[in-house]
Design a protein around this ligand. Structure first.
Ligand code: GLP
Length: 267
């Protein structure tokens, strides 16, 4: 794992965006796994800026989002479909036919087929090159709540009350937060070639410490990232504040050999 502690969320997001831009310059058909929530907003802003000011071309890029609330239409202001349009898709030259988000309107009987189809679409696209992740305060990734199978695939999940509460700010009434979601599984996420996890703020410090340094356990789903060969954590000092090996991660970053510093040099 690479733990990149940056001075603030903006510099951390810019670093992740530079690495994504580099991947797209090298492979214009890059497949991105996308996340929602407040965490990746600065990353999307920076990717939009790179598109506008530096001509970063998304026309051949394909995207797959992690998850969606069941019961919300794509036009619902709290749906992840709406979130992606407003915060990213509308501002870059992504072909809408190359963007994929699980449907929140799929009927109960067709959920398994819908999830299987989503997995097939990812496979047909050649798999995900870079998966962007946030992290829940309880260590969930996507909507894979604690106790999720570490080899799970895209499926329906029931949210914990804590996650419903954490996400309630996006809804008019906290009771409006759906109980059910469709989410890529942990096994699905782990097949991405690279994983960029972003986490900012004190509220994420316990989850980040568990993910990077705790035991691998379904009780903290992000801890499975320790088994990934290319997991990079872009975090700020507050999210890093409970890491016991922080000094070592900073030492590694300061002494990163030039041949490994492409993403930093690309800024
Ligand atoms: C939701 C999303 C996750 C996200 C998490 C954290 O649960 N499904 O993908 O990482 O919220 O959200 P935030 O970035 O707003 O803290």
């Amino acid at each position: 794992m690479e733990i990149l502690v940056q001075p603030n969320p903006e510099t951390a997001s810019a670093l992740a965006a530079a690495a994504i831009a580099k991947a797209i310059y090298e492979k214009p058909t890059t497949v991105l796994g996308l996340a929602t929530g407040s965490t990746p907003l600065a990353l999307y802003r920076e990717l939009i800026r790179l598109h506008r000011d530096e001509g970063l071309d998304f026309s051949k890029v394909r995207t797959f989002n992690l998850d969606e609330y069941l019961g919300l239409s794509p036009d619902h202001p709290a749906s992840y479909s709406h979130f992606m349009r407003v915060n990213f898709f509308a501002h870059v030259n992504l072909n809408p036919q190359r963007t994929h988000i699980p449907s929140g309107l799929v009927s109960q009987e067709t959920i398994p087929a819908h999830c299987e189809h989503y997995e097939e679409e990812i496979a047909q696209a050649g798999g995900i090159d870079i998966q962007i992740l946030g992290i829940g305060s309880d260590g969930h990734i996507g909507f894979n709540e604690p106790s999720s199978s570490l080899t799970s695939r895209t499926r329906i999940k029931t949210l914990t009350e804590r996650t419903r509460l954490d996400n309630s700010a996006h809804f008019v009434n906290p009771d409006d937060v759906p109980h059910h979601v469709i989410t890529m599984g942990i096994g699905t996420i782990m097949e991405a070639r690279k994983i960029f996890l972003l986490a900012f703020g004190e509220n994420k410090a316990t989850a980040v410490a568990g993910a990077a340094e705790g035991p691998i356990t379904a009780s903290l789903p992000a801890s499975i990232l320790q088994m990934h060969r290319h997991a990079h954590f872009y975090i700020d000092p507050l999210a890093a504040s409970k890491l016991t090996r922080l000094a070592y991660y900073e030492w590694v970053l300061a002494h990163k050999p030039a041949w490994q510093r492409d993403d930093i040099a690309a800024r």
